[in-house]
Design a binder for this molecule. Structure first.
Ligand SMILES: [Zn+2]
Length: 304
């Protein structure tokens, strides 16, 4: 399973709130937050690259500030998302326990407002340290022992979360036979709703000859394309915001929350609203002057 961080319990939240504010004014606000979750709204984050040291910078970006901005943005949405995905590379480079401690603290405000977090692993995560650092989030019965895979069931779609981490701090990723076999069975078992698949690595190289993509991306696409209820594949890794499609399957490259690899690439996160027939994706760029900031793209699901 990807690591799922459930919302902080009401009791924990209240204890914290009361300790922090010593005020009963938090009660009505909490009650409102609990009742207004939008079952069709999902916040999509990828590649936050959090270091243990909150002051750490890369490419002129302070990653803590970027994740904090994303968290503030998600909390400021007009309706509360049903869940928040963070699609890999939660840690800066090597998946250190201290990185995850800082990450956990930075995303706590989401959990405090009742939003479950669903985390996948990227190539800058370490599966064992991740599991050890976030013990409370480990499911009792993971579908695969070797990988963090799972299904998040939504009102209008089911999300299938994959684990493409191969070697820590090495760019390429892989799913492997066992995980792809699980995915095929899992998809076939849930044909009634649109299936949305999420994985850290890009399924195809972003440029000819460029390494670092999913090594079994072709096999993944061969699995997804004939299953017509699979409507979209979401990925990160390239730190690029780009929408393409293949045979009607939407390929959604989520931007990095952290830093861009190319100077022209935008960073931020995506607000996704689902319907029975598709999705509206709105980019929330850190640079609010960027031409793509606030733009909404409508995706129509391919036919069955
Ligand atoms: Zn990354």
């Amino acid at each position: 399973m990807p690591l799922h961080l459930p919302p902080l319990t009401r009791r924990t939240f209240l204890r914290r709130s009361l300790a922090a504010t010593a005020s009963l004014l938090t009660f009505p606000r909490l009650r409102a937050a609990e009742s207004d979750a939008d079952p069709d709204r999902w916040a999509l984050l990828s590649d936050p690259h959090i270091a243990a040291d909150r002051a750490a910078m890369k490419s002129g970006i302070n990653m803590t500030e970027h994740l904090e901005a994303a968290v503030r943005g998600v909390r400021a949405l007009a309706s509360r998302p049903a869940g928040v995905f963070v699609n890999g590379d939660c840690a800066l480079l090597k998946g250190l326990a201290e990185d995850y401690a800082t990450f956990s603290a930075l995303v706590a405000p989401l959990r405090e407002t009742g939003m479950p977090l669903h985390l996948t692993l990227g190539n800058h995560d370490d599966r064992d340290i991740f599991r050890a650092s976030l013990k409370a989030a480990i499911p009792a019965a993971p579908p695969l022992a070797s990988r963090h895979v799972s299904i998040v069931e939504g009102a209008h779609a089911n999300w299938f979360l994959l684990d493409s981490l191969d070697e820590v701090n090495k760019a390429p990723g892989t799913l492997g036979d066992e995980q792809r076999a699980w995915l095929a069975i899992a998809l076939d078992a849930k044909p009634a709703k649109p299936a949305l698949v999420m994985v850290h690595h890009n399924p195809v190289s972003s440029a000819p000859g460029k390494k670092g993509a999913l090594t079994d991306g072709d096999e993944l696409l061969a699995l997804l394309l004939p299953r017509r209820h699979v409507k979209a594949l979401f990925f990160g890794h390239t730190h690029t915001w780009r929408l393409t499609e293949k045979d009607g399957l939407h390929l959604v490259n989520l931007p990095a929350v952290a830093y861009p690899f190319g100077a022209t690439e935008v960073t931020g996160w995506v607000d996704a609203k689902l319907t029975e027939r598709g999705a509206s994706l709105t980019l929330h760029a850190h640079d609010t002057q960027h031409a793509a900031h606030g733009k909404t793209t409508e995706l129509a699901w391919r036919g069955a």
